[in-house]
Write a new protein. Structure first.
Length: 237
């Protein structure tokens, strides 16, 4: 791909309006999943997860009272992936592993941690060095995995689901839960590397925001001082 084509593609992907539209479309999908779970009496736990992701995603837009103050749409897409998988490929297996089971859980908890990390990096003056950025996402993923385990346990107790307490011996449930934490930590490491090497260095997240929102940070992220600029309707941002 030529340099000119790469520049045009970068400008297209980092367009303020396009970013906001795509991010809000994914938020709409998350809200629809949450409402559908309540109305149909389906998987309320995953419906609750969808509602939480949607709520966390729109925090910047609500806080700044600016609909264009959205996360990079790629982050919202990644957070929506576990729910898309549950809608489109429920029960499908890959190598004997049910994609909409544990794999969805690992992706879900890592997605929450990634959203929080990107929001801190883009919308606040908080700055992290390279190693701490990865470490933060891993720790946040582990914390999210712990919360998710508690949510599943409470759901089994009070909603009659069988997410953890499904008739297996107690020691088997505990061992499986520990392996879930290990797998979630690995997913968190992958999310941390993605955060550091894409969203901080290449995504141009701050350049997709309205100027009055981007100015909330006290200094510019060095990872985003490159030679391109976001565009909106053909004008420099």
């Amino acid at each position: 791909m030529s340099q000119a084509a790469q520049t045009e593609l970068a400008q297209f992907v980092r367009s303020r309006r396009l970013n906001a539209v795509l991010a809000w479309l994914f938020v709409g999908f998350l809200v629809a999943v949450a409402i559908g779970s309540v109305v149909t009496g389906g998987d309320l736990v995953w419906g609750g997860f969808a509602a939480v992701v949607a709520a966390v995603t729109v925090v910047p837009a609500v806080a700044f009272r600016e609909p264009r103050a959205m996360l990079p749409w790629e982050v919202v897409a990644l957070a929506s992936l576990p729910l898309v998988a549950r809608v489109l490929v429920r029960g499908q297996t890959i190598g004997g592993v049910t994609f909409t089971g544990r794999v969805s859980t690992y992706l879900a908890v890592a997605a929450i941690a990634l959203i929080v990390a990107v929001e801190l990096d883009v919308f606040t003056p908080v700055r992290m060095n390279h190693s701490f950025a990865v470490f933060f996402v891993v720790i946040a993923t582990m914390a999210a995995a712990g919360v998710w385990a508690v949510v599943q346990w409470l759901s089994d107790l009070y909603l009659g689901t069988r997410l953890l307490l499904n008739g297996r011996p107690e020691h088997v449930v505990e061992a499986g839960l520990m392996w879930d934490f290990v797998a979630a930590t690995v997913a968190g490491l992958a999310a941390g590397l993605l955060f550091e090497y894409y969203f901080r260095r290449r995504a141009g997240s701050r350049k997709r925001l309205p100027e009055e929102v981007a100015d909330v940070a006290e200094d510019v992220n060095p990872a985003e001082t490159d030679d391109y600029s976001a565009t909106e309707d053909g004008e420099s941002s």
